[in-house]
Design a protein around this ligand. Structure first.
Ligand SMILES: [Mn+2]
Length: 284
């Protein structure tokens, strides 16, 4: 039974902070490669655009991809706001469109409402969306362009943009909590608009792992939102594990444990599992 593993927000190259999460290295992440036939890195895998983190970020990502290649695992890289790259994809439709995968920085009007870069990001996104306002590709590319506006602004490299910085500022804490509350709804609205046929959305970006069922008050339909959280403060990482058989898709949100300096998939699902019957005529 082929298995797909979806991870997000590894943030390779981001330095650790006191009381932060354990360091990620290619070697510490290697046990996760034993668990999959296919790996989807759903954005913010490495801080490749940050002036001070680029070198370790690129090196560690390349090492991790080399380990995956040696293990014969097919890797797909999805763009996040820290690792936008035109050669990567902005989204993936899996299993005949039943599962929609995207990083999650395109859902709202601002991807990082607690940061000083909030204004330049929001303004760039607004202008970029107006050029192609109707398609999912337009929205996702606008988010990529807005993300790069942050990294092209030298001032942001001196500002704490990571979520750890919120602890220093109560106003930022409030902004994050408000954003976190609204995030599953914004995610569901994005899917309603661009992928109404999808049964599940897998995203990351907010560093708040979990599963939500969001009801659309207009249609009464329910969207399942799975967020894999992140490997840095303040989240604990999770993985979406998809086992694919000819008749059923089994989808689980699993904790990722840090034991003995290595990241491993928890043996059991931390949240409910979903089973989706595949149409008899479906092709993969
Ligand atoms: Mn992100």
């Amino acid at each position: 039974m082929p298995r797909t593993l979806i991870l997000s927000d590894l943030h390779l190259g981001m330095p650790e902070v006191p009381c932060g999460r354990p360091q990620r290295t290619p070697q510490s992440l290697a046990p996760l490669l034993d668990e999959a036939d296919r790996l989807i890195l759903n954005g913010d895998s490495a801080d490749i655009h940050h002036n001070h983190r680029r070198e370790p970020a690129v090196r560690m990502l390349e090492e991790f991809l080399a380990l995956a290649s040696r293990a014969r695992i097919c890797v797909t890289q999805v763009n996040g706001n820290h690792d936008d790259d035109p050669t990567h994809v902005d989204h993936i439709d899996l299993f005949d469109g039943a599962v929609f995968v995207t990083h999650g920085h395109a859902f709202g009007d601002s991807m990082l409402p607690w940061t000083p870069a909030h204004k330049v990001i929001g303004e760039t996104m607004r202008i970029a969306r107006a050029r192609n306002p109707k398609t999912i590709e337009g929205f996702l590319r606008a988010a990529g362009e807005a993300a790069m506006a942050q990294w092209n602004d030298p001032a942001v490299h001196n500002e704490p943009t990571a979520l750890i910085s919120i602890g220093l500022n109560p106003w930022r804490v409030a902004r994050v909590l408000t954003w976190w509350r609204a995030y599953p709804r914004a995610a569901a609205a994005f899917v309603d608009r661009f992928r109404p046929e999808a049964k599940l959305l897998v995203c990351g970006h907010s560093h708040r792992a979990g599963s939500w069922m969001v009801r659309n008050p207009r249609t009464g339909g329910v969207r399942h939102i799975l967020n894999t959280g992140g490997f840095t403060f303040p989240s604990s990482p999770r993985a979406v594990v998809i086992d694919d058989s000819p008749t059923t898709l089994s989808i689980e949100l699993r904790a990722i444990l840090h034991r003995g300096g290595r990241y491993k998939l928890a043996p059991r699902a931390s949240e409910s599992c979903w089973r989706i019957q595949r149409p008899a005529s479906a092709t993969r």
